[in-house]
Design a protein around this ligand. Structure first.
Ligand code: AMP
Ligand code: MG
Length: 434
């Protein structure tokens, strides 16, 4: 895929040394277009469809429910009996309809049919009176004519899903309820988009892999594991390219391999001021990459653009590229607030905004105006039903334990300054219900 040079055009309106988060998100959104479906669709069975993106609308082949049925345990009858009655309706029980065992004769105006939830409404009947509202003596029931009105307690054929209508739309990420819904339509297979392929690696001479001894001044590479986990949760295919040393040849090899193998390449480290000159030169020759300082904490330095696998930009295969900062918390914050939406869009998924909840600060929070901060918070529900939040303490972008202890991000908007106890904030819970 080739694209005209993006960033020269996009970034001119902003200062790349203090790009507001919203502007960065908007630019990324413009460049992370869904890939075409040609050659990128596969049919999978229901179990395999969980978490995948539907490639096309699923049209309901049947009505759900398939027939008019009772919503209650009670008695089915013709509503004309309601009008005919003065105060009480009196009907003879002509038989019984059970779920899966219909009563097939048509009762007359003075008759009713004992019916259980889900059973087919007998011919000519249109109303069900719940059993707890009637008195029964032998085969005669009585109930006040006001307790039920025409058509009540009946589920109509096609009420949930009408035959020929889209039951689920293309772009939907299939969830638990959707699997059940597809099964209720008798659908055994669906067309889903092939998974997006995302390659990732860490950069840094100081990094060691788990299992290796730690030399003085070295540290274990944690970013690859966090990235792997976050990518898995998005159900993309991952290619782990390991640790790349801070030298031109290794980095060039990794970037070109990654652009060849993947739709999106994510690296961590090597984009801050000290390292940027070296990487900038390389990335400019291999692609069209802009270096941003986002007005965001954590996550200030970030590189974004397009890379090619060939010896020069515009040659070979291309991939979208995110060069994330090295600090472990910054990796997570930039992933969730900058990268995530791009990966979903490229996967063909409909937009899924992160859920934000209003909470009250239970303590003052230090915040500098002029940047968006994503502090790590612990939110809890107060007795009055409101959410209340405190920070996890020190907010250094290397303190990964702050992410493990937190259950939400506290999103502090660009223009906001210090916060007092009792102020309202937005939080983004780590756990979504799916
Ligand atoms: P850099 O952006 O490369 O200057 O890295 C910033 C900080 O993050 C440095 O203290 C690095 O040691 C640390 N860091 C970079 N990459 C990783 C990684 N993969 N795992 C853990 N820490 C890292
Ligand atoms: Mg580094």
């Amino acid at each position: 895929m080739t694209t005209s040079r993006p960033f020269s055009a996009c970034v001119t309106y902003y200062d790349p040394n203090a790009l507001p988060v919203a502007a960065a998100q908007e630019i990324v959104r413009q460049w992370a277009m869904p890939r075409g479906t040609a050659g990128r669709v596969e049919r999978v069975s229901l179990y395999e469809a969980l978490g995948r993106v539907l490639a096309e609308d699923v049209i309901s082949p049947i009505d759900v429910p398939a027939f008019d049925n009772s919503a209650m345990d009670g008695y089915a009858f013709k509503s004309a009996a309601l009008n005919a009655a003065r105060d009480a309706v009196e009907l003879n029980v002509a038989g019984i309809a059970l779920a899966g065992r219909p009563f097939s004769a048509e009762p007359n105006a003075a008759q009713c049919v004992r019916i259980m939830t889900g059973a087919l409404i007998p011919p000519g009947c249109d109303t069900v009176v719940p059993q707890e509202l009637v008195t029964r003596a032998d085969d005669v029931i009585r109930f006040p004519s006001t307790v039920v009105s025409e058509g009540q307690n009946r589920r109509l054929a096609g009420e949930d899903l009408a035959r020929g209508k889209a039951a689920l739309q293309a772009g939907r990420i299939v969830r638990a309820s959707d699997l059940g819904l597809l099964a209720s339509l008798g659908i055994a297979e669906v067309a889903v988009r092939k998974r997006l392929v995302v390659a990732f690696f860490s950069t840094g001479d100081e990094l060691r892999s788990v299992g290796e001894p730690l030399a003085p001044g070295s540290l274990y590479d944690s970013n690859r594991y966090t990235l792997f986990a976050m990518l898995r949760r998005l159900d993309v295919e991952t290619v782990d390219l390991g640790i790349v040393r801070d030298d031109r040849a290794s980095l060039e090899k990794a970037l070109r391999e990654a652009a060849q193998a993947a739709d999106v390449v994510i690296s961590s480290g090597g984009v801050s001021v000290g390292d940027a000159d070296f990487t900038r030169e390389l990335m400019n020759s291999l692609g069209d990459v802009a270096f941003w300082k986002i007005a965001m904490r954590p996550g200030r330095p970030l590189a974004f653009g397009r890379l090619w696998s060939g010896p020069r930009a515009g040659t070979g295969e291309s991939a979208l590229f995110f060069g994330l900062p090295g600090n472990p918390v910054a990796v997570m914050a930039t992933f969730y607030f900058i990268v995530r939406e791009a990966l979903l869009a490229m996967s063909g998924a409909a937009r899924q905004p992160l859920i934000e909840i209003r909470a009250t600060c239970a303590e003052p929070i230090k915040k500098r105006a002029g940047r968006t901060e994503f502090q790590r918070g612990i939110a809890s529900r107060r007795a009055d039903g409101q959410w209340s939040v405190v920070t996890t303490g020190p907010q250094g972008s290397g303190v990964l334990s702050s992410m493990s202890r937190a259950n939400c991000f506290i999103v502090l908007e660009h223009d906001r300054g210090n916060l007092e106890t009792g102020d309202s904030v937005d939080i983004v819970p780590f756990d979504g219900l799916v």
